[in-house]
Write a protein that binds this ligand. Structure first.
Ligand code: GLN
Length: 270
């Protein structure tokens, strides 16, 4: 489905904002309000949900060559919103910033390749999982670092507040790693390509996609047990139960209809 882009700006959050109106049967793209156009659907009450996400986390959310903000998460969100008849705006903030927006009530939900973790479950309510993931380390293809052993005593790059950073932190002492933190995956990869960091830590599906796109890196190690956690949509604990319920219902419907598989295939089999 296509979503129309509205011109809403979201006060209080700077930069990288992308607004998408995902309301079905609504031709008005100018305000993002639902007016009477939504009266026909019984599960909206004029709410336009603010959904926060990461900036560059391909294939889940990223800006494509045409300058459009796309990805598996964006398409799942659009399909679920169309199925359930709710309107939303997307704010592309970065992973940690998206979590902060949720926690400060500046966003109603987060979809950002976010792993379900026990710690996060104390503050967030998660939807049903929609994608399995685990973590990996990657270094420059053809470079000196080909294994965790090779990283002993080196500086590595991590993205703040992520699962892959947690893995790096858990082995930092054992391997004598010094961690440099970035807010953005692309900046982390650049730090490895320029040689400042020996390796970076990232979710495997994201790194595998980047490697296949020729990002110049190669996976040198994986951790598939302790940090293997599926992705889910999140709301703040005890809040937006309706949105979470719609997400789960819509997700079940798009899995059933085959639309979920089509979305994933469109990115991974292209
Ligand atoms: N899946 C990882 C996490 O939840 C990373 C998410 C991201 O960087 N967007 O911590």
């Amino acid at each position: 489905m296509s979503a129309s882009v509205s011109r809403r700006t979201f006060l209080g959050i700077a930069g990288g904002a992308v607004s998408v109106l995902g309301l079905v049967a609504c031709n008005s793209a100018d305000s993002g309000t639902t007016d009477d156009a939504s009266a026909a659907s019984d599960d909206t009450s004029g709410t336009t949900y603010i959904i926060a996400t990461d900036t560059t986390f391909a294939p889940f959310e990223f800006t494509n060559e045409a300058g459009e903000f796309v990805g598996i998460d964006m398409d799942i969100l659009a399909a679920v919103a169309a199925d359930q008849g709710f309107a939303y705006d997307v704010n592309s903030l970065g992973f940690e910033a998206a979590c902060a927006a949720l926690e400060s009530n500046q966003a109603d939900g987060v979809i950002a390749g976010m792993s379900i973790t026990e710690e996060r479950q104390e503050s967030y309510d998660f939807s049903d999982p929609y994608y399995d993931s685990y973590v990996c380390a990657a270094a420059r293809d053809g470079g000196d670092y080909q294994s965790l052993e090779d990283l002993r005593g080196q500086t590595v790059a991590c993205k703040t507040a992520t699962q892959s950073a947690s893995w790096a932190e858990s082995i930092a002492e054992e391997y004598g790693l010094t961690i440099t933190y970035f807010t953005d995956s692309d900046m982390m990869y650049q730090d490895v390509l320029t040689g400042n960091s020996a390796a970076c830590f990232e979710d495997y599906p994201v790194m595998a996609y980047g490697v296949a796109q020729g990002n110049g890196l190669t996976v040198i190690a994986t951790e598939e047990e302790e940090f293997a956690t599926p992705y889910a949509f999140a709301v703040l604990k005890g809040q937006n139960a309706d949105l979470l319920e719609m997400f789960n219902a819509g997700l079940a419907n798009i899995r059933e209809s085959g639309e979920y598989d089509e979305i994933v295939a469109a990115y991974l089999e292209a």
